[in-house]
Design a protein around this ligand. Sequence first.
Ligand code: NCD
Length: 307
Amino acid sequence: MLKGRHFIGPRDFTLEELDGLFSLAGSMEREPERWLDAARGRILATLFFEPSTRTRLSFEAAMLRLGGGVIGFAEPGSSSASKGESLADTIRTVSAYADVIAMRNPKEGAALLASRFSTVPVINAGDGGHHHPTQTLTDLLAIRSLKGRTEGLTVGFCGDLRFGRTVHSLAQGLARYPDNHFILVSPDELKVPDFITKEVFEKEGIEYLETSDLEGVLPRLDILYMTRVQKERFFNEEDYLRLKDSFILDAARMRLAKADLAVLHPLPRVNEIAVEVDADPRAAYFAQVRYGMFARMALIASLLGVS
Ligand code: NCD
């Protein structure tokens, strides 16, 4: 039962609970009209202390498609945080108005802190460079639908693996299924942090390879998860400019890949996937966006306990 729970990290739910969520998302996609009134009279608050297009809008679209209402803010400047209010006080207040809260915050650990002060479920919509578990729901649902399985896959992560929270969450999420292998492609400065490589992969005996040779590893991949270099988390502009175009996936590189590769990207894309790749049938990143809305519908309905 997910009713009343928080969703802060990618491993908060058991594999069985995730399976239940994914089949619910599937039935919502097939028969959306059955859910139009499911959350009538309930309110989702979206508290975004950091910019977002897809995540916030997909949460809001998900709640509206369940028949519920939405309140919130899209930038901290328009909330009392700008007057110096603590996160704890903001959350205590909002949980008096809303039935579920989705929050994005630039500080690692902010969602966990919020969950300690909230009387309603808190969903982590991104906490700094740490985690982004609803993107993982999106990605796992996409992989399940596109590849028919979430196990026995060779998964390449490419780009900013240091600050990319979607990578940290998905790597932890996929590492729970048997026989997945990970190839981590990044410049030296942007390698996956130890809290994933040492604390998850090594502790759990999961095979991974770190490299900066995208072309060399492309032919082996079943999934290629491209990411943007996270400009807002750099300490200086020079490093960002030097690293931002380290890896660019283009049509020539796609020729090296398997015929059934799936290219994913949490979006927004900057330069790391050339626009010419969009027309390749293996480019799945815009289809991935749609899975995100159904995954969030299933999550909200389950946390609220509506059916
Ligand atoms: C990601 C994020 O915010 O971490 N975007 C998203 O939620 N789809 C990825 C990114 O910003 O690069």
